[in-house]
Ligand binder design. Structure first.
Ligand SMILES: NC(=O)c1ccc[n+]([C@@H]2O[C@H](COP(=O)([O-])OP(=O)(O)OC[C@H]3O[C@@H](n4cnc5c(N)ncnc54)[C@H](OP(=O)(O)O)[C@@H]3O)[C@@H](O)[C@H]2O)c1
Length: 313
């Protein structure tokens, strides 16, 4: 049994990762503003922005592996609060990297597909990043800082969706919530990405850890699609009306932070480790649907509300 420390354990990825592995491994999750009641793993409350706090936690928990998910992941908030973005998205990962390197702990640092400007797509791990906004700049700076402090760290550039604590964190929840309510929404036809359902991502990350991978990996789906097509896929899987999704250009979106239009990443390096292609869209969406049928969204909601949740890992 491996001791795993997950930062950002109230977030979309951290929470689903912690739940996925809470039975098979000894998991501790760090949360800050959102506490979790009745979680099937140990929960620590800490403000990781406080210098030295990660070192104290590592000395207390003594994990074998750290999955560092804590971040300021809201791209518009990063534009509004660039200093906080720098603190959480660059300085903190550097501290985590130093602290884990000093203690010989395996580190998985979560980065983003958004380090690329999205002008060409088909990016490999060797392609030149060119971040467009504060979020992406601070995440790219973290990649450099982490690798400098801890060259053996694994850096996963990801994009994912799934069921979240508050029920509104991911793009899939956005489409599901609106379409279920019969509300029309817009879907960008000219923004491309390769998202993975978050528990499929969690399993893929674990495979990389077990294979002792280090350096940068694109951990996304082997299949890419537009955000409009993604919305239609959600609608079809849940039997909702895809006619409610209006196909529009991102230029009509009125978004604050610039979005990279073509984030189709190559996954050959990942596939080489897995010994098979990166997970496809059908597999991912089917998992999202099955978790819904199993009552996963309500179970997450119960953790946030502090009622008996009956969650198992
Ligand atoms: N969502 C995506 O599609 C996506 C795409 C690419 C990359 N990523 C990356 O994936 C990682 C996880 O993203 P996510 O979407 O799961 O994040 P999220 O849902 O926004 O959650 C962020 C997590 O960070 C924690 N956190 C923030 N400030 C903290 C602080 N000062 N001290 C301790 N914890 C703090 C939050 O804890 P509290 O809420 O308890 O304060 C929360 O658990 C991030 O590195 C993000 O950049 C995400």
């Amino acid at each position: 049994m491996t001791r795993i420390l997950v930062t950002g354990a109230s977030g979309l990825l951290g929470l689903n990762f912690a739940l996925t592995y809470s039975r098979r491994h000894q998991v501790t999750g760090v949360v800050n503003a959102h506490s979790l009641t009745g979680a099937p793993f140990q929960v620590l409350n800490a403000d990781l922005a406080k210098p030295g706090s990660i070192g104290e936690i590592l000395d207390r928990v003594k994990p074998d592996v750290v999955l560092h998910c804590a971040a300021l992941a809201n791209v518009d908030q990063c534009e509004r609060q660039p200093e906080l973005a720098l603190r959480l998205n660059t300085d903190l990962p550097e501290e985590v990297a130093r602290a884990t390197a000093d203690r010989g702990i395996v580190l998985v640092h979560i980065s983003t597909d958004a380090v690329f400007d999205g002008k060409t797509g088909r990016y490999t791990e060797e392609s030149q990043p060119n971040p467009l906004g504060a979020y992406a700049r601070t995440k790219l700076a973290a990649e450099h800082a982490v690798l400098q402090a801890y060259p053996e760290a694994l850096i996963a550039r990801v994009n994912f969706y799934g069921w979240s604590l508050g029920g509104q964190r991911s793009l899939a929840e956005f489409f599901f919530n609106h379409l279920s309510a019969g509300t029309p929404v817009r879907g960008f036809t000219d923004v491309f990405f390769c998202p993975l359902e978050v528990t499929v991502l969690a399993e893929t990350l674990m495979q990389l850890v077990e294979a002792h991978c280090s350096g940068i990996y694109h951990v996304v789906s082997g299949e890419c699609l537009s955000k409009y097509e993604f919305g239609c896929a959600v609608a079809r899987r849940f039997g909702l009306d895809e006619g409610l999704i209006q196909p529009v250009s991102v230029h009509e979106g009125g978004l604050l932070a610039a979005r990279s239009p073509d984030l189709r990443l190559r996954t050959d390096k990942l596939a080489g480790v897995l010994g098979s292609p990166a997970p496809d869209q059908e597999t991912s969406m089917q998992r999202f649907f099955e978790l819904y049928q199993a009552g996963h969204p309500q179970q997450l909601r119960a953790l946030a509300l502090g009622v008996d949740s009956h969650i198992s890992g």
